[in-house]
Write a protein that binds this ligand. Structure first.
Ligand code: SAM
Length: 218
C-alpha cells in the first residue's frame, strides 16, 4: 500500500498520555539492548530524537552510569511526560529533556558520540530531515541507532498487526498504532533514503513490525 501520512507532532495531551501509559516495554528494551550491544564505552554524550515519554532513555540511563543524554521532542505534552518520567527515575542529572523540532534544533554540530531515535521516522513528512540531522549532530565515529516500524503490504495486514500486538489497548492507541503502520516506510524505501543521504548504515528487519538502521558515522 502507499504511505499515508499521520500528524507529525503528537501534540494532543490525551494522545500523549495514552502513549505514555501503553506498555512498549518489549520493543523499548529491545532497542536499548541493540544499542548496548555496541559497547557502552562509546556512549557518553547521546541524543535521542523524538524521545516521546522517555521510557527508552530511562532504560538506557539505568544501564549506563556514565551516560549523558539529550532527549528532544517537538511536543510540549510529551516533553512534560518525559520530564516526569526522568524525575521519577532519579536520572535528572544525566537526562536533559528539551522541546525541540527537527530540522532546526538549537544544538551545535558534531556534539554527540551516539545519535538515537526510536519510532520517529514514520512521523516525518520528509524522512531526509532525520538523516541530515544525524549527520549534523554526530561526531566522526558516532554510533547511529534508528528503530522504526515497517509499513505492511496492505491495510488488512496493518489491522492484523494491531489486533495481535495491542488487542486490549484503548481505542485511541489502537488507531494511532494503525496510522503509524500506514505512515511507516519499507526497508527498500529506507535503503534509498540512506543512499540519497550518503550514509553507509545497515538496515535490518528485526521483528514482526520493526526495522533497525544502525552503523557508524564516517
Ligand atoms: C511515536 S513517538 C516515539 C517516542 C519514543 N521515541 C518511543 O519510542 O517511545 C514519536 C515522537 O516523535 C515526535 N516528533 C515527530 N516529529 C518530530 C520532529 N520533526 N521533531 C521532533 N519531534 C518529533 C512526536 O511528537 C512523538 O512524541
Amino acid at each position: 500500500m502507499q504511505r499515508i501520512l499521520e500528524p507529525e507532532i503528537m501534540a494532543d495531551a490525551e494522545q500523549s498520555l495514552g502513549y505514555a501509559d501503553a506498555d512498549f516495554s518489549i520493543s523499548n528494551q529491545s532497542f536499548v539492548d541493540h544499542v548496548l550491544s555496541n559497547g557502552v564505552h562509546t556512549l557518553h554524550h547521546v541524543i535521542d530524537i523524538g524521545c516521546g515519554p522517555c521510557d527508552v532513555m530511562v532504560r538506557l540511563a539505568d544501564a549506563c552510569p556514565d551516560i549523558h543524554i539529550t532527549a528532544i521532542d517537538g511536543s510540549a505534552a510529551m516533553v512534560d511526560l518525559a520530564r516526569e518520567a526522568v524525575r521519577a527515575s532519579s536520572h535528572e542529572s544525566r537526562i536533559a529533556v528539551i522541546q525541540g523540532y527537527i530540522p532546526g534544533l538549537p544544538l551545535s554540530e558534531y556534539g554527540f558520540d551516539a545519535v538515537l531515535s526510536k519510532d520517529l521516522l514514520h512521523h516525518l513528512p520528509d524522512p531526509m530531515v532525520l538523516w541530515s540531522e544525524i549527520q549534523r549532530l554526530g561526531q566522526t565515529g558516532a554510533a547511529v541507532y534508528v528503530m522504526d516500524l515497517i509499513r505492511p503490504d496492505t491495510p488488512q495486514d496493518a489491522d492484523d498487526i494491531v489486533a495481535k500486538v495491542a488487542p486490549d489497548a484503548h481505542a485511541i492507541l489502537r488507531q494511532d498504532f494503525y496510522n503509524s503502520l500506514c505512515a511507516a516506510f519499507t526497508l527498500d524505501e529506507v535503503n534509498a533514503q540512506l543512499q540519497q543521504a550518503g550514509l553507509l548504515l545497515q538496515v535490518r528487519h528485526i521483528s514482526d513490525r520493526h526495522m533497525l538502521i544502525a552503523g557508524v558515522l564516517p
